[in-house]
Design a protein around this ligand. Structure first.
Ligand SMILES: Cc1cc2nc3c(=O)[nH]c(=O)nc-3n(C[C@H](O)[C@H](O)[C@H](O)COP(=O)(O)O)c2cc1C
Length: 217
């Protein structure tokens, strides 16, 4: 005699619970997407505003008169790790370009890219350097941020001849610059990026220090 067929019928309660769970997951996913969509432009705007505040901090009080800081669009620059056209700033005093502020990237931080602004005067000396964006570890690599320590001020007044090229490094590597205790990778990356910005400024004096503000094609 054939065994009676057992057809298992889905439990309607479990089915409804599954549907509810799936629906809730979809709603959460849509909310996350919408939040990213609406907040990203505002975050980009905030980043641009903060970067401009740092540009003013680097330029100092001389940037106060209206028009003293002029944006200069420049073509991609491998030395600065700028892969697309980018904006630098000229500080104009009495009709001459007293200094430029370049955005530079150190691609090899402990946790990836470190974005910097490097101020350079018409004698090829660093005015100031500030970090605009990084992902370095809190309490270690983040000491490159001026808000966390004075480490970044050691570049002030330095140039490609002070120190000579081989000494643009941390002391541990025979260089002239302090490392950060327990975090050598971050300072190493920043020091090399600042040196690269000085080299770029030396090679591109013409567009950078042109008071007519004509960027290279
Ligand atoms: C959790 C963790 C986070 C770290 N964060 C950093 C950092 O932000 N920057 C950095 O230079 N080193 C960081 N280090 C230390 C590096 O791994 C490395 O030991 C240090 O930079 C010394 O490098 P050196 O051997 O070339 O001198 C971190 C290590 C650990 C375990």
């Amino acid at each position: 005699m054939a065994a009676p067929e057992t057809t298992e019928r889905p439990d309607p309660a479990a089915f409804r619970a599954g549907l509810a769970l799936g629906g809730a997951a979809l709603v959460v996913f849509a909310l996350v997407l919408a939040t990213v969509h609406w907040t990203e432009p505002r975050m980009a705007q905030n980043r641009a505003r903060d970067a401009l505040a740092l540009v003013r901090e680097i330029a100092g009080a001389e940037a106060d008169p209206p028009g003293a800081l002029r944006p200069l669009r420049l073509p991609p620059a491998g030395e600065l790790h700028q892969n697309t056209a980018f904006t630098a700033y000229q500080l104009l005093i009495d009709g001459r370009v007293a200094s430029v502020i370049l955005p530079a990237v150190a691609p090899d931080g402990y946790s990836g890219r470190i974005e910097l602004l490097v101020g350079i005067d018409d004698q090829g000396r660093v005015t100031r350097v500030r970090v605009t964006r990084h992902h370095e570890t809190v309490g270690l690599g983040d000491r490159i941020d001026r808000a966390r320590s004075a480490w970044i001020t050691q570049f002030d007044g330095r140039s490609l001849t002070d120190p000579v090229q081989e000494r643009w490094n941390v002391r541990k590597d025979g260089g002239d610059f302090d490392q950060i205790t327990g975090a050598t990778l971050t300072p190493r990356a920043v020091i090399h990026a600042v040196a690269a910005a000085l080299q770029y400024a030396a090679r591109h004096r013409e567009p950078l220090f042109d008071p007519a503000g004509q960027a290279a094609p």
